[in-house]
Design a binder for this molecule. Sequence first.
Ligand code: ADP
Ligand code: MG
Length: 681
Amino acid sequence: MPCSSLAEKKAGNTLAARLARLGLRTDADFVLHLPLRYEDETRITALADALPGVAAQFDVEVLDSEIAYRPRRQLLARVRDAGGALLLRFLNFYPSQQKVLQPGARLRIFGELHEGYLGPEIIHPRFHVVGADEPLPERLTPVYPTTAGLGQATLRRLIERALQRADLSDTLSPELREKLHLPEFSAAIHRLHTPPPDMAQAVLEARDHPAWRRVQFDELLAQQLSLRRAYTARRARGAPRLKASTKLTKALLASLPFRLTQAQQRAWQEIAADLGQPHPMQRLLQGDVGSGKTVVAALAMLQAVEAGHQAALMAPTEILAEQHYRKLAAWLEPLGLPVAWLTGSLKKREKEAAIAKVGAGETAIIVGTHALIEDKVEFARLGLAIVDEQHRFGVRQRLALKEKGLFAHQLAMSATPIPRTLAMSYYADLDVSVLDELPPGRSPVTTKLVAEARRDQVVGRVHEACRAGRQAYWVCPLIEESETLQLKTAEETFARLSADLPDLKVGLVHGRLKAAEKAAVMAAFVANEIHVLVATTVIEVGVDVPNASLMVIEHAERFGLAQLHQLRGRVGRGAAPELQGACILLYAKPLGELARARLKIVFESTDGFEIAREDLRLRGPGEFIGARQSGLPLLRYADLEDEALVEQARAVAEAMLRDEPQRAEAHLQRWLGGREELLKA
Ligand code: ADP
Ligand code: MG
């Protein structure tokens, strides 16, 4: 349908569409669209005083202009002022521009001067013809973030209009402003849009001015208010009260070959208390790889079951789901509780049978992949929904789960530690339990950095370990751009290692294998029939093979920090000293600066929190948040590293919702307009 696509194209090019791309709809949106930087057009600089590389404004007279053809067609104009001369060079130009540049014309130009072949010149200066006493603006000129086809002049005009029309009344009381040393909103906003020339441009551009601080605080406050409101709204919903378990959890604990760590006990108590509440739990169980989240999940499931409800556990990959299934079945079936298994790869009949049982309430415990949240699946009385590695699910899947489990308690599990400021901001609507302790007898994985040139030695080390009865993972280089290429590399790595290690059994597992094939390979690895498992990042989360104590990561420089940490967590899971984990990071030279920084951090630290903090510092919060919920707007002005300000915003949000709900409402309206719904997705 070429017609409609043409129409769409047109619609996509209207002013409104361009503004929408920048998120500009309401007056408040325009008011809060703040400059990236400023240009000083309040002064005229004499050409003699101009500094190369510094943008400045000059009043000049045209001496002559011509179109030159070498090296390519361009318009050149020679201009001068009382004390100097300058060449203006236009590589693209309109005939109208050429017409204006007549000898004797007086111009006001703005641009950055540099030393050209023919002396000082400015390429593509902004210019206009001026009369004798053209006045200068009294304020710095804002330069706004914009999008293709939307000029600064248009944006400035629209923002100016919005500034006149919008309600700029303060949402913070004078007492609060004083206490926090923050300027008034309206004053701050005007300052930032049109600063007086005596304000140091550098300070403004570094966003290091009380006016910026006010905006940053307001932005954080809006975030806190909206997260708290989402939290309150959830607590207003009903959920089944799941009474504390007296039998099943005790029976499980008694049957385990280990005792819970203190951290596990604490987390379990927090969860158990939540489950007993008449509103849905929304808790994140966070613990480094190997910290033992599964058993805590199992205990929670048992409480739900004993209270007469169903509990479901969903994992993002088939392998991971199956691991959970095996483990839970091994723990719970001896207690007389069958565990149902539901994934996309089941035969149609098996799947239908499983769905029917779930719907009839015959099975109380269900483990699976996102097949669990397909339309056809209806739970008879879901009381608890657990999601492992929630961030690996898509937005649509998370929404579907939310709908299925709207009135159920929810527990998310994650091995990605959330740095404190993120926890206080983007995650402020969740309660968090942390497993900050590994089960006893684990020693930290030792990490080695080895250059690719010494690959042979690494292969030798793998050989030695496997001959001594251990097993190894060999993680293939990550090729983000292409799954096909990724697969090809994995197959090549597999072939090469098989040739290098003829007396060992080498296996291969990657994302393109059918579920049953994957399961077969994993089962062989668990049974030590495969010694070296070549894998793509499918093993990134959750796989648990204690005898695999060595991991090699090829082209480690291509992996993200969190990924490396998670991968490394796959080894060193056995208690015996000979099972102490080792991770070899093979890297290829030359290393980029960022890659070097990442490798240095994983090499030096095994502390998931520290690594996450560094990750946040290196990458910014985008990926953490992207992982959490795509509807959440990123902070535009505030910096999460500013922990003190985040704290203040949090405290103020709480008090404001309690004592001054109208102010809170006005504040949210200003910052989020109608967009707040997105936050809840
Ligand atoms: P993760 O938090 O990475 O999901 P798991 O739940 O898979 O960790 O646990 C890792 C391993 O540690 C499993 O084999 C599990 O049975 C074992 N485990 C869990 N808790 C304890 C404990 N308190 N003491 C000893 N081993 C434990
Ligand atoms: Mg796990």
